[in-house]
Design a protein around this ligand. Structure first.
Ligand code: FE
Length: 280
Protein backbone atom coordinates (compact mmCIF):
# COMPACT_ATOMS: atom_id res chain seq x y z
CA UNK A 1 0.00 0.00 0.00
CA UNK A 2 2.95 2.30 0.44
CA UNK A 3 3.80 4.16 -2.69
CA UNK A 4 7.27 5.35 -1.76
CA UNK A 5 9.54 4.39 -4.58
CA UNK A 6 12.20 3.31 -2.11
CA UNK A 7 9.77 1.16 -0.18
CA UNK A 8 10.05 -2.52 -0.86
CA UNK A 9 6.86 -4.41 -0.21
CA UNK A 10 8.14 -6.46 2.74
CA UNK A 11 8.69 -6.43 5.63
CA UNK A 12 5.91 -4.12 6.76
CA UNK A 13 5.53 -2.97 10.28
CA UNK A 14 1.84 -2.19 10.11
CA UNK A 15 -1.18 -2.25 7.86
CA UNK A 16 -1.78 -3.58 4.37
CA UNK A 17 -2.98 -7.02 3.46
CA UNK A 18 -3.60 -8.77 0.19
CA UNK A 19 -7.32 -9.23 0.68
CA UNK A 20 -9.90 -6.75 1.97
CA UNK A 21 -12.01 -9.38 3.71
CA UNK A 22 -11.10 -10.99 7.02
CA UNK A 23 -9.91 -14.59 6.88
CA UNK A 24 -12.16 -17.39 8.18
CA UNK A 25 -12.53 -17.25 11.94
CA UNK A 26 -11.73 -13.53 12.19
CA UNK A 27 -14.32 -10.91 13.13
CA UNK A 28 -15.30 -8.07 10.80
CA UNK A 29 -12.56 -5.95 12.42
CA UNK A 30 -10.06 -8.77 11.74
CA UNK A 31 -9.62 -9.63 15.43
CA UNK A 32 -9.33 -13.22 16.54
CA UNK A 33 -9.23 -14.85 19.96
CA UNK A 34 -5.65 -15.03 21.23
CA UNK A 35 -6.01 -18.63 22.46
CA UNK A 36 -2.98 -18.15 24.70
CA UNK A 37 -3.21 -21.77 25.80
CA UNK A 38 -2.42 -22.88 22.25
CA UNK A 39 1.10 -21.42 22.16
CA UNK A 40 3.65 -24.19 22.52
CA UNK A 41 6.46 -24.27 25.07
CA UNK A 42 8.87 -23.74 22.17
CA UNK A 43 7.01 -20.56 21.15
CA UNK A 44 7.12 -19.26 24.72
CA UNK A 45 10.83 -20.08 24.82
CA UNK A 46 11.43 -17.95 21.71
CA UNK A 47 9.68 -15.02 23.40
CA UNK A 48 11.81 -15.45 26.52
CA UNK A 49 15.01 -15.60 24.46
CA UNK A 50 14.12 -12.47 22.52
CA UNK A 51 12.93 -10.66 25.64
CA UNK A 52 16.10 -11.38 27.62
CA UNK A 53 18.35 -10.43 24.69
CA UNK A 54 16.61 -7.13 23.95
CA UNK A 55 16.17 -6.14 27.57
CA UNK A 56 19.90 -6.43 28.13
CA UNK A 57 20.75 -4.64 24.91
CA UNK A 58 18.31 -1.79 25.56
CA UNK A 59 19.60 -0.94 29.03
CA UNK A 60 20.93 2.59 28.55
CA UNK A 61 19.77 2.67 24.93
CA UNK A 62 15.97 2.95 25.22
CA UNK A 63 14.04 5.91 26.62
CA UNK A 64 13.12 5.75 30.30
CA UNK A 65 9.43 5.42 29.44
CA UNK A 66 10.18 2.14 27.66
CA UNK A 67 11.82 0.63 30.72
CA UNK A 68 9.00 1.92 32.92
CA UNK A 69 6.45 0.54 30.47
CA UNK A 70 8.07 -2.90 30.51
CA UNK A 71 6.32 -3.35 33.83
CA UNK A 72 3.07 -3.91 31.96
CA UNK A 73 4.76 -6.87 30.27
CA UNK A 74 6.09 -8.35 33.50
CA UNK A 75 3.33 -10.83 33.95
CA UNK A 76 2.75 -13.71 36.30
CA UNK A 77 4.07 -16.27 33.85
CA UNK A 78 7.08 -16.21 31.53
CA UNK A 79 6.52 -16.52 27.82
CA UNK A 80 4.26 -14.74 25.38
CA UNK A 81 1.95 -12.45 27.36
CA UNK A 82 -1.62 -13.49 27.98
CA UNK A 83 -3.41 -10.48 26.53
CA UNK A 84 -6.27 -10.59 29.05
CA UNK A 85 -3.78 -10.12 31.84
CA UNK A 86 -1.70 -7.59 29.90
CA UNK A 87 -4.76 -5.55 28.95
CA UNK A 88 -5.83 -5.16 32.57
CA UNK A 89 -2.54 -3.40 33.30
CA UNK A 90 -2.33 -1.42 30.09
CA UNK A 91 -5.96 -0.26 30.14
CA UNK A 92 -5.60 0.92 33.72
CA UNK A 93 -2.70 3.15 32.65
CA UNK A 94 -3.82 4.71 29.38
CA UNK A 95 -7.07 3.12 28.23
CA UNK A 96 -5.31 1.12 25.50
CA UNK A 97 -5.77 -2.59 24.84
CA UNK A 98 -4.00 -5.05 22.57
CA UNK A 99 -6.11 -7.20 20.25
CA UNK A 100 -4.99 -10.28 18.33
CA UNK A 101 -5.06 -10.38 14.55
CA UNK A 102 -3.87 -13.15 12.22
CA UNK A 103 -1.18 -10.98 10.62
CA UNK A 104 -1.14 -7.85 8.49
CA UNK A 105 -4.50 -6.13 8.30
CA UNK A 106 -5.79 -3.59 5.74
CA UNK A 107 -4.78 0.01 6.39
CA UNK A 108 -8.31 1.20 7.19
CA UNK A 109 -8.76 -1.61 9.72
CA UNK A 110 -5.38 -0.84 11.28
CA UNK A 111 -5.97 2.88 11.66
CA UNK A 112 -9.53 2.37 12.94
CA UNK A 113 -8.19 0.17 15.73
CA UNK A 114 -5.61 2.82 16.65
CA UNK A 115 -8.25 5.55 16.61
CA UNK A 116 -10.17 3.50 19.20
CA UNK A 117 -7.07 2.87 21.35
CA UNK A 118 -6.67 -0.75 20.32
CA UNK A 119 -3.34 -2.03 19.07
CA UNK A 120 -3.51 -5.02 16.69
CA UNK A 121 -0.84 -7.64 17.40
CA UNK A 122 0.03 -10.54 15.12
CA UNK A 123 -0.90 -13.76 16.89
CA UNK A 124 2.23 -15.72 15.98
CA UNK A 125 5.93 -15.67 16.76
CA UNK A 126 9.03 -16.18 14.64
CA UNK A 127 10.92 -19.45 14.99
CA UNK A 128 14.02 -19.98 17.13
CA UNK A 129 16.09 -20.48 13.99
CA UNK A 130 15.07 -17.05 12.71
CA UNK A 131 15.38 -14.78 15.74
CA UNK A 132 16.39 -11.81 13.59
CA UNK A 133 14.03 -12.52 10.75
CA UNK A 134 10.87 -10.50 10.43
CA UNK A 135 8.93 -10.67 7.22
CA UNK A 136 5.74 -9.64 8.98
CA UNK A 137 5.31 -8.12 12.42
CA UNK A 138 4.91 -10.91 14.95
CA UNK A 139 3.80 -10.81 18.57
CA UNK A 140 7.32 -9.95 19.73
CA UNK A 141 7.60 -6.87 17.53
CA UNK A 142 4.01 -5.84 18.20
CA UNK A 143 3.92 -6.41 21.95
CA UNK A 144 7.51 -5.95 23.15
CA UNK A 145 8.16 -3.15 20.66
CA UNK A 146 4.93 -1.17 20.88
CA UNK A 147 3.15 -1.89 24.17
CA UNK A 148 5.59 -0.41 26.73
CA UNK A 149 5.33 3.02 25.09
CA UNK A 150 1.54 2.72 24.90
CA UNK A 151 1.68 2.98 28.70
CA UNK A 152 3.17 6.49 28.31
CA UNK A 153 0.29 9.00 28.21
CA UNK A 154 1.60 11.34 25.49
CA UNK A 155 2.58 8.43 23.21
CA UNK A 156 -0.79 6.79 23.89
CA UNK A 157 -2.56 9.98 22.78
CA UNK A 158 -0.22 10.40 19.79
CA UNK A 159 -1.01 6.87 18.60
CA UNK A 160 -4.73 7.49 18.81
CA UNK A 161 -4.29 10.73 16.86
CA UNK A 162 -2.27 8.83 14.24
CA UNK A 163 -5.19 6.43 13.89
CA UNK A 164 -7.62 9.29 13.31
CA UNK A 165 -5.23 10.99 10.88
CA UNK A 166 -4.64 7.67 9.11
CA UNK A 167 -8.36 7.34 8.39
CA UNK A 168 -8.49 10.93 7.14
CA UNK A 169 -5.38 10.42 5.00
CA UNK A 170 -6.94 7.34 3.41
CA UNK A 171 -9.97 9.41 2.40
CA UNK A 172 -7.70 12.11 0.93
CA UNK A 173 -5.37 9.70 -0.84
CA UNK A 174 -2.51 10.92 1.35
CA UNK A 175 -1.61 7.71 3.12
CA UNK A 176 1.94 7.78 1.76
CA UNK A 177 2.52 11.04 3.70
CA UNK A 178 0.91 9.85 6.92
CA UNK A 179 2.82 6.57 6.71
CA UNK A 180 6.07 8.51 6.80
CA UNK A 181 5.00 10.16 10.04
CA UNK A 182 4.16 6.75 11.52
CA UNK A 183 7.39 5.27 10.23
CA UNK A 184 9.78 7.94 11.48
CA UNK A 185 8.17 8.17 14.93
CA UNK A 186 6.33 5.10 16.20
CA UNK A 187 8.59 2.67 14.35
CA UNK A 188 11.99 4.35 13.99
CA UNK A 189 11.99 7.37 16.29
CA UNK A 190 14.82 8.53 18.53
CA UNK A 191 14.42 10.90 21.48
CA UNK A 192 16.90 13.07 23.38
CA UNK A 193 16.99 12.49 27.11
CA UNK A 194 19.41 14.35 29.37
CA UNK A 195 21.47 15.21 26.30
CA UNK A 196 21.79 11.63 25.05
CA UNK A 197 20.03 9.93 22.15
CA UNK A 198 17.69 7.12 23.14
CA UNK A 199 15.43 4.77 21.21
CA UNK A 200 11.65 4.85 21.34
CA UNK A 201 10.60 3.45 17.93
CA UNK A 202 9.25 -0.11 18.04
CA UNK A 203 11.01 -1.15 14.84
CA UNK A 204 14.31 -0.39 16.54
CA UNK A 205 13.37 -1.62 20.02
CA UNK A 206 12.50 -5.06 18.67
CA UNK A 207 15.62 -5.31 16.46
CA UNK A 208 18.91 -6.65 17.79
CA UNK A 209 20.98 -5.12 15.01
CA UNK A 210 19.24 -1.79 14.58
CA UNK A 211 19.24 -1.02 18.33
CA UNK A 212 22.98 -0.50 18.10
CA UNK A 213 23.13 0.80 14.52
CA UNK A 214 20.58 3.57 15.12
CA UNK A 215 22.55 5.05 18.00
CA UNK A 216 26.13 4.09 17.34
CA UNK A 217 26.74 3.92 13.62
CA UNK A 218 28.33 7.01 12.07
CA UNK A 219 26.38 6.40 8.85
CA UNK A 220 22.75 7.46 9.35
CA UNK A 221 21.51 11.04 9.64
CA UNK A 222 19.78 12.05 12.85
CA UNK A 223 17.92 15.27 12.05
CA UNK A 224 15.71 17.08 14.55
CA UNK A 225 12.07 16.06 14.22
CA UNK A 226 10.18 18.42 11.95
CA UNK A 227 6.77 17.27 10.79
CA UNK A 228 6.96 18.88 7.34
CA UNK A 229 10.38 17.39 6.72
CA UNK A 230 9.23 13.96 7.90
CA UNK A 231 6.27 14.04 5.50
CA UNK A 232 8.67 14.74 2.64
CA UNK A 233 11.23 12.08 3.50
CA UNK A 234 11.04 8.71 1.79
CA UNK A 235 11.94 5.57 3.69
CA UNK A 236 12.86 2.04 2.97
CA UNK A 237 11.61 -1.00 4.80
CA UNK A 238 14.16 -3.51 3.56
CA UNK A 239 17.24 -2.17 5.36
CA UNK A 240 18.34 -0.20 8.39
CA UNK A 241 17.20 3.40 8.17
CA UNK A 242 19.36 6.12 6.70
CA UNK A 243 17.66 8.82 8.76
CA UNK A 244 16.32 8.77 12.32
CA UNK A 245 14.34 11.84 13.36
CA UNK A 246 14.98 12.99 16.93
CA UNK A 247 12.28 14.41 19.23
CA UNK A 248 13.10 16.40 22.35
CA UNK A 249 10.09 15.05 24.24
CA UNK A 250 6.91 13.04 23.73
CA UNK A 251 4.93 16.21 24.34
CA UNK A 252 6.66 17.69 21.28
CA UNK A 253 5.48 14.69 19.30
CA UNK A 254 1.92 14.89 20.55
CA UNK A 255 1.72 18.67 20.05
CA UNK A 256 3.03 18.30 16.49
CA UNK A 257 0.07 16.18 15.44
CA UNK A 258 -2.57 18.01 17.50
CA UNK A 259 -1.46 21.48 16.40
CA UNK A 260 -0.87 20.75 12.72
CA UNK A 261 -3.59 20.85 10.09
CA UNK A 262 -2.24 17.83 8.26
CA UNK A 263 -4.65 18.20 5.34
CA UNK A 264 -3.38 21.72 4.70
CA UNK A 265 0.19 20.53 5.11
CA UNK A 266 -0.31 17.74 2.53
CA UNK A 267 -1.65 20.36 0.11
CA UNK A 268 1.23 22.76 0.74
CA UNK A 269 3.78 19.98 0.13
CA UNK A 270 2.17 18.80 -3.10
CA UNK A 271 4.69 20.57 -5.33
CA UNK A 272 7.72 20.04 -3.11
CA UNK A 273 10.15 17.30 -4.09
CA UNK A 274 10.58 14.31 -1.80
CA UNK A 275 13.71 14.14 0.30
CA UNK A 276 16.03 11.18 0.12
CA UNK A 277 16.67 9.67 3.59
CA UNK A 278 20.40 9.43 2.92
CA UNK A 279 20.48 13.21 2.47
CA UNK A 280 17.72 14.25 4.91
FE1 FE B 1 5.23 -1.94 14.33
Amino acid sequence: MFTDDLTIEAPKLHGAAATPTPPPGAAADWTIPQHWERFTSEEHRVWDLLFARQQELLAGRAVRAFHEGLDVLRLSRPGIPDLDELNERLFARTGWTVVSVPGLVPDDVFFRHLSQRRFPAGNFIRSASQLDYLEEPDVFHDVFGHVPLLAQPAVADFMQALGEEGLKALRRGALDRLSRLYWYTVEFGLAREDGDLKIYGAGILSSFGESRFSLESPDPHRPAFDIGRVLRTRYRSDAFQQSYFVVESFDELLDSILETDLGALYDSLADEPDLCPSRA
